[in-house]
Design a protein around this ligand. Structure first.
Ligand SMILES: [Zn+2]
Length: 218
């Protein structure tokens, strides 16, 4: 038989391409759907648990006390400042009338051969609170601490109306001779703490009070 005359046999029809694939794909979709539902349920449960534990279950962290900086009126490394240094906030933020009196006194003191330093002037309320807590730890009782460190509400340092000066010998000198400048020691237990008393050049400094707990604060 001639090959050319051989009866044409059409190629067998290939199977429908999708037919064998259908059942596994359907199973996959079902499994994927179940996984999604399970994951969603787990997420919902975890969120619900978290919400329930939130306000009552977890410990609320206490605020960490922040260390005062130069911007709070603290002197870097405790080094005293010149009363003429406007770059130091504890000096620059003093009441202008007190600062003018202090500079006048410093000029006179230095002409007498003595140095005059500011050991603490203006302080932020936060710094004062920090000092108050420190004094409480140092002195062990609120009563004794209040003799040395006032609260942010009472200390004249927070309003820029008080300045502590050093060294000690200069503070003693100013304690005796500060009145003509309007500078007065106000607490008997703090030779270094001065405030402006505008009437002092004429009337002299008023009588001191025993310590800071009596009136305002140091
Ligand atoms: Zn003081």
């Amino acid at each position: 038989m001639d090959a050319r005359t051989a009866p044409f046999s059409p190629p067998s029809t290939p199977p429908a391409p999708s037919a064998p694939g259908r059942p596994p794909r359907r199973r996959l979709r079902v499994v994927a759907g179940l996984v999604t539902v399970v994951v969603a349920l787990v997420v919902i449960l975890l969120v619900a648990k978290g919400l329930a534990a939130g306000p009552t279950g977890g410990a609320v962290p206490l605020p960490v006390p922040t260390e005062p900086t130069a911007e709070d009126g603290r002197l870097p490394d405790g080094e005293p400042a010149s009363p003429f240094d406007d770059s130091v906030p504890t000096v620059a933020r003093l009441d202008p009338a007190l600062l003018a009196a202090l500079r006048e006194a410093a000029t006179a003191v230095e002409a007498d051969g003595r140095p005059l330093h500011v050991t603490s002037g203006w302080r932020s309320a936060e710094y004062q609170r920090w000092l108050q807590e420190d004094a409480l730890r140092t002195y062990g009782s609120a009563e004794e601490a209040s003799r040395w460190v006032g609260s942010p509400e009472t200390s004249a340092h927070v309003t820029g109306d008080a300045v502590d000066i050093g060294p000690y010998a200069t503070a003693e000198w100013l304690s005796r001779r500060g009145a003509p400048f309007g500078l007065c020691q106000v607490y008997a237990n703090e030779v270094w703490h001065f405030e402006l008393r505008p009437e002092a050049p004429v009337e002299g400094c008023p009588e001191m009070v025993e310590d800071a707990s009596a009136v305002t604060g140091s």
